[in-house]
Write a protein that binds this ligand. Structure first.
Ligand code: NAD
Ligand code: AHE
Ligand code: ZN
Length: 375
């Protein structure tokens, strides 16, 4: 069938709108009509050429929501007409990782997903006979896409596509990093570095679990008002403090008789390896945990003195907020529908597919939190 897509032909170039060919679902797969998709910084990371796994030409996009319009043989967990959110982290419930209960990183289809193809090794997208790669197993920058049934979460029918698409990545990543990865307890003192589409969701996750001190750090002064909107209690702009941000944060978080400072939990939501080091070193001696969410460019490495870890700080990472998509995503949609978490104010821009490059420009300019393409 013919579908409308934004194609990344080459690294670093704007996406091009094209009518491309999409082959239908095979066994265990579903055809989904994508109704809306967010634009995440990770799409930009790959588009720019910074992603060591990036393949071109490709149809990017991994933060969508839509409707199942056709199912392949053997599909049992979803039916035509179901509303779904595509999952770049699938949940097969039978691979060693799923069965371990220690991680959400299902391995069932990860290798073909990284090669930009479906589990049978083929791409279903083409243009004039030329293969187009799938992206993160989702390719939501097309109005129809094919996904394995283990890579869709069935959601309630009354949830609005143009809002809950954000649960396909940003919301779940931020809120999940707090709940699933860090397991933050009420009363905790926390620091969030980078108040964009992910960091603001970390902040609302911290508010949800009852953290006492929620310090937001961002070099863009406009992010102060944004952080406060979702529960941030203090704001630090590293460019305005006239010194190193680490001792500044340690001093802010001093508590207890010994007056040793440092946060209980810190989160990197920038993808900058220097910030990741600051986030670790701003943790409390003996127990502070720093969670890396940001994705860094090919070749980038993190560093710190081993002393930081010897003295009890913990460095962790999280993908998709540690969420098991088919199980957790429908629950997060419920939280949104019940008013437990906010999404609407973070969706600052809604665009037609034809204007998708504007969404990337707004991200670069720091003007958007989330831009959503509505088909
Ligand atoms: P974004 O561009 O919306 O936000 C980044 C924020 O960081 C901006 O507000 C920016 O001003 C701020 N910033 C930049 N440099 C800074 C510095 N030196 N100190 C403090 N703040 C600084 O991006 P986003 O969509 O929120 O994504 C954030 C990161 O998370 C990206 O690297 C993205 O690829 C990654 N990500 C990871 C996962 C995961 O599963 N691990 C999921 C989604 C996104
Ligand atoms: N391809 C990159 C890795 C990028 C990465 O870490 N992606 C996250 C999701 S970011 C969503 O916005 C992820 O899920 N990682 C787990 C995985 O298996 O990729 C690189 O550096 O190679
Ligand atoms: Zn993302």
């Amino acid at each position: 069938m013919d579908v409308k897509a934004a194609v990344a032909f080459e690294a670093g170039k704007p996406l091009e709108i094209a009518t491309v060919k999409l082959d239908g679902p095979k066994a265990g797969e579903v055809l989904v009509e994508i109704k809306a998709t967010g634009i995440c910084h990770t799409d930009e990371f790959t588009r720019s050429g910074a992603d060591p796994e990036g393949l071109f030409p490709a149809i990017l996009g991994h933060e969508g929501a839509g409707v199942v319009v056709e199912i392949g043989p053997g599909v049992t967990s979803v039916a035509v007409g179901d509303n779904v959110i595509p999952l770049y982290t699938p949940e097969c419930r039978e691979c060693p990782s799923c069965l371990s209960r220690k991680t959400n990183l299902c391995t069932k289809i990860r290798s073909t997903q990284g090669q930009g193809v479906m589990p049978d090794g083929t791409s279903r997208f083409s243009l004039d006979g030329r293969k187009l790669h799938h992206y993160m197993g989702c390719s939501t920058f097309a109005n129809f896409t094919v996904l394995p049934e283990i890579a869709v979460a069935k959601i309630r029918p009354d949830a609005p596509f143009d809002k809950v698409c954000y649960i396909g990545c940003g919301v779940t990543t931020g809120v999940g990093a707090v709940i699933n990865t860090a397991k933050v307890e009420p009363g905790a003192k926390c620091v969030v570095f980078g108040l964009g589409g992910i960091g603001l969701n970390v902040i609302q996750g911290l508010r949800l679990v009852g953290a006492d001190m929620i310090i937001g750090v961002d070099t863009n002064p406009a992010k102060k008002a944004w952080g406060e909107r979702f529960g941030m209690t203090h704001f630090v702009n590293p460019k305005e403090i006239g010194g190193d941000v680490v001792p500044y944060l340690v001093n802010m978080t001093k508590h207890g008789a010994d007056q040793i400072g440092g946060a209980d939990y810190t989160f990197d939501c920038t993808g900058n390896v220097n910030v990741m080091r600051q986030a670790l070193e701003a943790c409390h001696r003996g127990w502070g945990q720093s969670i890396i969410i940001g994705v860094a460019a090919a070749g980038a490495e993190i560093a710190t003195r081993p002393f930081q870890l010897v003295t009890g700080r913990v460095w962790k990472g999280t993908a998709f907020g540690g969420a098991r998509g088919r199980t957790d995503v429908p629950r997060i949609v419920d939280w949104y529908m019940e008013g437990k978490i906010e999404i609407d104010p973070m969706i600052t821009h809604t665009l037609p597919l034809a204007d998708i490059n504007r969404g990337f420009d707004l991200m670069h300019a720091g003007e958007s939190i989330r831009s959503v393409v509505v088909y």
